[in-house]
Design a protein around this ligand. Sequence first.
Ligand code: NAI
Length: 248
Amino acid sequence: MKLLEGKVALVTGANRGIGRAIALGLGSEGANVAFTDLAIDDNTKSLEAELSGLGVKGKGYASNAANYEETEKVVADVVEDFGTVDVLVNNAGITKDTLLMRMTEEQWDAVINVNLKSVFNFTKIVQPVMLKARSGSIINISSVVGVAGNAGQGNYSASKAGIIGFTKSIAKEVGSRNIRVNALAPGFIMTEMTDKLPEDVKETWIKTIPLRRGGTPEDVANTCIFLASDLSSYVSGQVINVCGAMQT
Ligand code: NAI
């Protein structure tokens, strides 16, 4: 018996990177996977095909996670197509890195809306489905930068720290209904998001990581499988770092 047999997972921002690895990880443990991204493209189609190759249902939906109305629509569509949502992974996120001195209001608002408001949108709108089922696991992708801060990422770290406060609060609100809410704080994970960084910055980061490597999206996905499954049935309101001991 696989860990997530018969469960329905909804992953935001899953066309590529960590979200894609999470969708595949959950699918490989038997979950049917609905996922969102800004647009339906070749990546969406190939992820649907890979999920189907794992013997589970996989369907991608176009939706801007920062938009409340679009989130209402996509969650309704997912519930109609999949029947319920047992596992919600709030993964969609962006960076607009710059020092505060140069940060524009637009850069601040964009990062807060995509990274933090999206978590409010999906958690609030999926919550009634989980309340009705009297069970659920919500996994919010934060970052070690939300725990420790980082120069040049004032907007990003504020959004990721906000996710942690939200996670802990909602875990307390919905715990009595057997809904668990946790945050996952990845360190330096090798995806297109980090690929944008200059080589010397990447090398410097990696040198400071005790495990001496950047993480893979699969490293994050494996922890997500644990948090999604009954293996973590008494784990809620926590922040789990997946960072090679970069942040302890
Ligand atoms: P990525 O940039 O490779 O992928 C992000 C995905 O989210 C893309 O497919 C993108 O189209 C989608 N997306 C962006 N805005 C969206 C929106 N408004 N609505 C729906 N989808 C949207 O990024 P990566 O590295 O896979 O990051 C995934 C999550 O992990 C993000 O929340 C990020 O902040 C977090 N994270 C990443 C780390 C890293 O080192 N790569 C470290 C810590 C956290």
